[in-house]
Design a protein around this ligand. Structure first.
Ligand SMILES: Cc1cc2nc3c(=O)[nH]c(=O)nc-3n(C[C@H](O)[C@H](O)[C@H](O)COP(=O)(O)OP(=O)(O)OC[C@H]3O[C@@H](n4cnc5c(N)ncnc54)[C@H](O)[C@@H]3O)c2cc1C
Length: 297
């Protein structure tokens, strides 16, 4: 079972990502109806009458009845810079076979950054970036990067020419060097990967890969599952007990939409004495997202 028309349109088509990367669909097993078929084994024929395929798929994802989504799989060929791949490979539920720089000459391509694309370190989130470095400095950084890539590649190739083993010659190649891999994963675990890596705080580079896989491959092959994924996973918000109590206090005080000051008055007592509190800021952002907090001008 597969969505033959969409599959033929996508198979082996290299969809560009970043400057020299790509994702490419190699194979797919299953489609929306394969997941429905698996689910109906547990619910029986009766479900055909009470729920159509879309309703059933949405019910499954909403209630985290996830195993039917493991019945579908996709296999991709991807080309990614090694630093981005290092984040990608942490998703252990995929099957991976990567290009070997022990066996073959390393791919002669490195991810280069344009002068306008250098990001500043975020001050509030140690793992993130925020805004861009000014273009003048960006030009200098890009020039130095180009020189460095050339130098590193020349060093690598000179070692190879002198007979150094490929496994050792590679050790000073930069993390920006592209690698390639076959990556096969079932739809349940792919959705977990996409929820983490399409999230706005994910690193820009992996976010580009995840968005391309999601929007250009998963969406056409599994349109109903994709719609449910957007509604119940990617764009959903988890409200903790503490978040819910903040909302209750704001409602009781008649303060919705609330100002920052009103939010501060309604915050959890455990947060009150803390000058900086990440959980409080996360709560504030969630409430802003669902418009319980007024947008500050
Ligand atoms: C914003 C962000 C920041 C991160 N920062 C860091 C960091 O600083 N340092 C770092 O090392 N990593 C970091 N990671 C990686 C993160 O800790 C996870 O390793 C990665 O996101 C893969 O998630 P996963 O384990 O759920 O996925 P998968 O490996 O695909 O697993 C999917 C699910 O299968 C189950 N599972 C798989 N393997 C096992 C197992 N062996 N035992 C038990 N259950 C298993 C778990 O339920 C898991 O959630 C970060 C990730 C994100 C998104």
């Amino acid at each position: 079972m597969k969505n033959t028309e969409q599959f033929s349109a996508l198979q082996w088509k290299k969809i560009p990502v970043l400057d020299k990367g790509f994702v490419c669909l190699v194979d797919v097993m299953g489609d929306d109806s394969a997941i429905v078929q698996a689910a109906r084994v547990s619910y029986g024929e009766g479900t055909k009458k009470t729920s159509d395929d879309r309703t059933l798929l949405r019910y499954l994802l909403r209630h985290q009845h996830t195993t039917p989504f493991e019945m579908a799989e996709i296999k991709l060929l991807v080309r990614s810079p090694m630093d981005c791949w290092r984040q990608w490979i942490r998703h252990r539920t995929a099957s991976v076979n990567e290009y070997s720089t022990r066996y073959s000459i390393a791919i002669d391509a490195a991810y280069a950054t344009n002068p306008t694309e250098w990001r500043k370190q975020c001050e509030t989130n140690r793992q993130g970036s925020y805004g861009n470095i000014n273009e003048e400095i960006g030009k200098e950084l890009t020039n130095k990067e180009q020189d460095f890539h050339t130098q590193a590649r020349n060093l690598y190739e000179s070692r190879i020419e002198l007979g150094v083993a490929r496994e050792q010659a590679r050790k000073d190649l930069p993390l920006s060097t592209y690698t390639e891999a076959y990556w096969k994963i079932d739809l349940h675990n792919l959705f977990r990967f996409l929820s983490l890596r399409m999230e706005s705080n994910a690193q820009f580079e992996i976010l580009q890969y995840a968005t391309t896989i999601g929007e250009q491959i998963v969406q056409p092959l599994f349109p109903l599952c994709w719609e449910a994924f957007l509604d119940y996973q990617l764009n959903s918000i988890r409200l903790s007990r503490l978040d819910q109590e903040v909302i209750s206090r704001l409602v009781q005080a008649g303060n919705i939409p609330a100002t920052r000051e009103q939010f501060i008055l309604a915050q959890d007592t455990a947060w009150k004495n803390l000058e900086r509190c990440r959980e409080r800021e996360e709560c504030y952002e969630k409430l802003q997202k669902i418009k319980i907090i007024k947008n500050e001008i």
